[in-house]
Write a protein that binds this ligand. Structure first.
Ligand code: FEO
Length: 178
């Protein structure tokens, strides 16, 4: 059984992952209508991954005797100044997800809920990877710059990261999934 506090925090994490999924879907759409096909593919993929992160939480809560609920989503940001603005948004979004995962880890540890702590390790690793990727993309984009055919090169650079992490079936307590 989950404590009420842990279940509430896991439910909040469902909301966080769901908002990320829709946020990246909006980002993908923005890229697509702005001719950035590579970046669009990347964010469509990213959006799918976030949905998997959300579904893993559904399964975990329910298997532990709780009841996972479908969250109400915030309207995602639909417009960006440029691709740098968008990648900064991606980076900040991942940093914010990491904070909520860390908060959950802290509480699970404090409550000596080692099953949840173990379940959360997958998210800790995932967040490390996503933050690293976001920072890498931001550095690369700054390096390439927006002058001349910079935007084209940036789009190609982002596209390289599409297939590195494919969303897969949900598994319990970690495993594949993003
Ligand atoms: Fe599931 Fe990228 O946070």
């Amino acid at each position: 059984m989950l404590s009420k506090k842990i279940e509430k925090l896991l439910q909040e994490q469902i909301e966080v992952e769901s908002n990320s999924s829709y946020g990246y879907l909006a980002a993908a759409s923005w890229c697509e209508v702005n001719g950035l096909e590579g970046a669009a593919a990347f964010f469509y993929n990213q959006s799918d991954e976030e949905r998997i992160h959300m579904l893993k939480l559904f399964k975990y809560i329910n298997e532990k005797g709780g009841h996972a609920l479908v969250p109400v989503n915030k309207a995602p940001k639909a417009d960006f100044k440029n691709i740098i603005d968008l990648i900064k948004y991606f980076h900040n979004s991942e940093k914010s997800v990491s904070s909520s995962v860390n908060k959950l880890v802290y509480v699970a540890n404090h409550e000596q809920d080692y099953t949840t702590l173990n379940f959360l390790q997958w998210y800790v690793t995932e967040q490390h990877e996503e933050e690293t990727l976001a920072r890498l993309l931001l550095d690369k984009i700054k390096l390439i710059g927006m002058e001349a055919n910079g935007l084209y090169l940036i789009d190609n650079e982002i596209a390289k990261h599409v297939n590195k992490k494919k969303p897969t079936a949900i598994t319990m307590g970690g495993g594949e999934g993003g």
